[in-house]
Ligand binder design. Sequence first.
Ligand code: CA
Length: 227
Amino acid sequence: MKKTILILEDDENLNRGIAFTFEKDGYQAVSANSIKEGKRFMEQHKVDLIILDLGLPDGNGMDFCKEIRAYSNVPIIMLTVCDLETDEVSGLLAGADDYITKPFSLSILRARVEALLRRTEAESRHIIRSGKYRLDTNLCKFFRGDEEIPISATEYRLLHFLMTNAGQVLSKEQILSSLWDNKGNFVDENTLPVNISRLRAKLEDDPKTPRIIKTIHGIGYIWDGGV
Ligand code: CA
């Protein structure tokens, strides 16, 4: 399947030029001229990378980047006319993965996009992502955005199963058997709710009204951390 690149740039000639280049390279390139248009597309489609201009007619690319980072780790390359070092630093702080200063050559942009997609792909082999959460299966570590959330070995196994099956209702039996049966150890039924509430305390904004690990009454649980 073709990778989708969203180009958020209000200079229409430049936008067309970038889109043309990436279409020729075999990507699906989607042009948007405003944040509103970009958002609308992102709500309905999966986007693999965003090329984001800083100055847009209905807002600032930096703010939009921060907004995206609250729920997604999609790779972002920022375009800007400012080449001061401070701008670069704040661009990266807003959560952009890379940064390119106008004017730039399309071949440089292509190289940056390809490098970033390669990096993301290599990473995705051992990282399970969901919204702003990611589980690194090489390091056995869990993150919300850039912040590491310390977890126990049991919590890790539980998260691994929930996140691998994101968006699916999982019965208590399914979860328990995936976690412990292969070792043949007897597990107290309470182990599951206890570990679920420990995880909620660590990752939910309000553990009393969980939005990420939801209870499906009479059945089990569902991970709803976003795509
Ligand atoms: Ca602009």
